[in-house]
Design a protein around this ligand. Sequence first.
Ligand code: EPZ
Length: 418
Amino acid sequence: MQKLFINGGKKLYGKIKIDKSKNAILPLLAGAIMVEGEVVFEDVPPLSDVVNMCKILQSLGGSVVWQENNLVVDMTNLSAHDILSPLASKLRSSIFALGPLLSRAKIAKIAYPGGCEIGLRPIDIHLSAMRTLGAKIVEKNGYIYANGSAMEGADIVLDFPSVGATENAMMGAVLTRGITRIFNSAKEPEIVDLQNFLNKCGAKISGAGTNQITVEGVSKLHGCLYSTIPDRISGGSFLLTVAMCGGDVEIENFLPYHNQALLSKIKQTACFYDIKNDKIKIRSDGKLTTFGEVETAVYPGFPTDLQPQIMALASVCEGYTLIEENLFESRFLHVSELKKMGADIRCKNNVCIVHGKDKLFGAEVSSADLRGGMALVMAGLRGEGYTTVSGVEYIDRGYYQIEKILSQVGADIKRIEE
Ligand code: EPZ
């Protein structure tokens, strides 16, 4: 089993370049199912979630080839419409294939998705959107059986601005005749990226980034060359890491307007940052004051995907910090592990109070999900002594070769086999 072995207490200096966004490329790969032609995605990080999504496309009869850092996908010969549980259960994004398969093939059979165990993560809003488009859907034995032969454009109202359900609804409408309007849609940047990609392939979508998206059905999509947005959650994770450990690091491919909520917290902690275009330079002496409180919310509110990481930062910020998790019902799996390292955290329901300490200490800790794992790495880098982080497979889902990125800025971290 692989683990990360960290000797903490080092300040970080140098440069970090942020990869393309995991949560953008995954729905785009699903969208490629609808394209008859070759799509070239530029500079894609070979994250385990991306590799598994590629396996899904291949299982549907598609061709997926890595050409250096580019991913070349051709779904012209789509020859299957079922995604079985061994593949589907590996990641949440397998459900993103539902809309595209119904849009193009008018039929789908997909096992329930997997994903980080941060809550129940139902798919009722996804299914409700497809039914509103006229799809006949039956759930049986852990599978979704869907028939889209009678689908046509409709007004969809999402009960909650779910990111995935918004993306699925958009894709379900792209090759469905008529006009579809999606109300109460999520506004995340990844949804704007999906609109831009699909429109480059010939779709007619407008309104992404707002709470109302309109899709005019077209008959066919063609291939294109596409470059997705940088990963705002990776960018935010490394910004918080430098703030927590101390040092002076320039982070490239960081779009400030994608991280305004985070920046408003960072500026309250006595760190200094300077932004020039898509680069942010952050300086910290590691002696921090708390930002007071954070409540996770849908975009452009504070992202739930940075909650574990900012909790790690709060554990070394002088004062008391209130952290409220409003998106997922069990996204505090990292708390017990941070406490093993000396963090003072008390939780009740979806709220934690963190009493900042100036010291954390190395320990043997275990990741239970992707972003919680990143929080443990951050605490190990700051803490005195040695930390071993197991469950590295979770971290590899969203951070490619994390030990190499951090070693390049002076962290003493390596991947070991135990
Ligand atoms: C996307 O997940 C991201 N994943 C998540 O990132 C992110 O945390 C989440 O959006 C929120 O921003 C990808 O894009 C691949 P949701 P998604 O549907 O689409 C409830 C990471 O670490 N809900 O917006 O699954 C749901 O249970 C991952 O990179 C329903 O009730 O998130 C949750 O409480 C983790 N019914 C809330 O909505 C549904 O049908 C938000 O979920 C769908 C969702």
